[in-house]
Design a protein around this ligand. Structure first.
Ligand SMILES: Nc1ncnc2c1ncn2[C@@H]1O[C@H](COP(=O)(O)OP(=O)(O)OP(=O)(O)O)[C@@H](O)[C@H]1O
Ligand SMILES: [Mg+2]
Length: 243
């Protein structure tokens, strides 16, 4: 379980917090989606969960541990992040990209890393592209490789930031099906503004607006409320209804 309690984060020089008093619980065995329009604070929340920035207020627990107190290597093994920019090394093949992660993060021998990388690609049904370079694979395949690389470390959680932003509707659907098939591998938290995709993969949803958590719970309920315009940020100066 990840427990987020009342976190706030304000960027240096900003007039208002990017996220404010956010609380959320991400249980195991569930794909969770963080939804919200552009600028609502989704990536900021992800950056806090991924420990790239530290909230000025509030706490985050990973299991029984204070997430910010964990040693770096242990933390990185327990929680993986796949960013919008996938950061695959362009001069390395798919297999070499995975191998590098296993050698560096797990301290595996090059031989062992190669075997495990190959096995992971096979397990995730993408072994046909092991020897391709990142510029020789599609956006959907690149997403899968980045996820395969994260899964090599056997993390408790994997966070995905807008995984479908570069994919067309068909590829998004296929990718969603594939992601659902990995439910038992880890616990995914997916940041997305694509409600169709969120509905397809997630069972739990969190709706952010102007840095506040406006709604959370069953994904169908969340999306229904968003579409009905029932989620309103009462504190917004614009008094905007999110539809
Ligand atoms: N490095 C930064 N410095 C200052 N302000 C920032 C920084 N990054 C984000 N912000 C601001 O924080 C707020 C939340 O941004 P964030 O990137 O978390 O939103 P988001 O929901 O991920 O948006 P998108 O859907 O466009 O990715 C925005 O007002 C944004 O302008
Ligand atoms: Mg973002």
């Amino acid at each position: 379980m990840i427990k987020v309690k009342n976190i706030s984060y304000q960027y240096t020089g900003a007039e208002t917090p990017a996220i404010e008093s956010i609380s959320a619980e991400f249980p195991r065995g569930t794909i969770s989606a963080i939804l919200g329009e552009s600028g609502s604070g989704k990536t900021t929340m992800l950056m806090c969960l991924g420990r790239f920035i530290k909230p000025q207020k509030g706490t985050i627990e990973l299991g029984d541990d204070d997430l910010y107190a964990l040693p770096e290597l242990e933390f990185r093994k327990r929680l993986g992040i796949v960013f919008q920019k996938l950061y695959l090394f362009p001069h390395l093949t798919v297999l070499e990209n995975l191998k590098l992660a296993a050698v560096h993060a797990l301290g595996q021998s090059r031989h062992q890393a190669q075997e495990e990388g190959r096995a992971m690609l096979d397990h995730l049904s993408i072994s046909d592209i092991v020897n391709n370079y990142p510029n020789q694979i599609s956006g959907g395949q690149a997403q899968r490789v980045a996820i395969a690389r994260a899964l090599l470390l056997k993390p408790d959680y994997v966070l995905l930031d807008e995984p479908t932003s570069a994919l067309d509707a068909n590829t998004t659907h296929e990718f969603g099906q594939w992601l659902c098939s990995l439910k038992d591998e880890t616990n995914f938290i997916v940041v997305t503004h694509d409600t169709l995709f969120a509905k397809e993969v997630a069972s739990l949803g969190f709706y952010l607006s102007n840095g506040k958590m406006l709604d959370s719970g069953n994904i169908d309920k969340i999306i229904h409320n968003v579409h009905q315009g029932q989620v309103t940020d009462k504190n917004s100066s614009k008094g905007k209804v999110y539809a």
